[in-house]
Design a protein around this ligand. Sequence first.
Ligand SMILES: [Zn+2]
Length: 310
Amino acid sequence: MDFSEKARALVQEQTGEWDLVGRNYEGLQNVKVKTFDFGDYSIDIQFNSERISSSKDRGEPHLGSVDSCFLCQNNLPQAQRMIPIDNDFLILVNPYPIFPEHLTIVSVEHKDQRIYENFDRMLDLASQLSKFVIYYNGPECGASAPNHLHFQAGIKGFIPIENDFSSEICCREVRTIDEVKISHWPEYQRGIITLTGNNKSDLIGCFNKIYFQLQLLKGNSAEPMLNLITAFERKTWTIHIFPRTLHRPSQFYEKGDKQIILSPSSVDMGGLLVTPREEDFLKITEEDVFDIFEQVCFDTESVLTLINKL
Ligand SMILES: [Zn+2]
């Protein structure tokens, strides 16, 4: 069953009945966007002041208890309504949107943000919400609640990598394992591994191999640092895997003029950088974007080495 239309209706309803959501979705129509043209592809910068809390305050690993967890059902705002999906997740409207239709998909159970055990569920969600892209931010890669398993979903067509993948200019297929095609992005500033296929168990097998390789590189942290963007179209899944080297670029910790508050998550990795402060939106340059990606992402060579080990 496709939940896309139900979820879109929920966004509509909540904008009408919940002041905060109404205000923030209306405000989204006026957010400023600027575009850096890099030839075959471009990067969008969005100034979105409502995102300050997710960029700055949250996302630090902490000892979260059920009592203080803002994604636990008992602590959700009273105005927040939900659509249960398969008894284990709830579809919620994200009150601080980046997209005109932006969902948070929250585990019913309070448990840690981990992808290994939940990757298959992410694929199901992509097919159950086929008008949306589903994305995952690792606990140290932009997740707003590292202690409560959740995904986010944005209506398709807003993250530049979606179109760049369709146009096939920037990415190159390098291997096939079982029924999974593996591509990388040689001239795209970010080391990305993209999987496509319609065989779910082969996709899971391939993802697990990549996860294992990343774990070897990363030692014994909770999970390898990564972001994921997944979409389902014509019975085929596309999964963009962004292995990470850093949670935040050095600019985040600078003082004064040199500081840029930007805490990259999946959406930023996909080419839509969200700056919650106007001064950063105005001053950020193409060179900053290059530099930030260089700090937080794998380079092309590391990605190719990894693919060859699979
Ligand atoms: Zn919780």
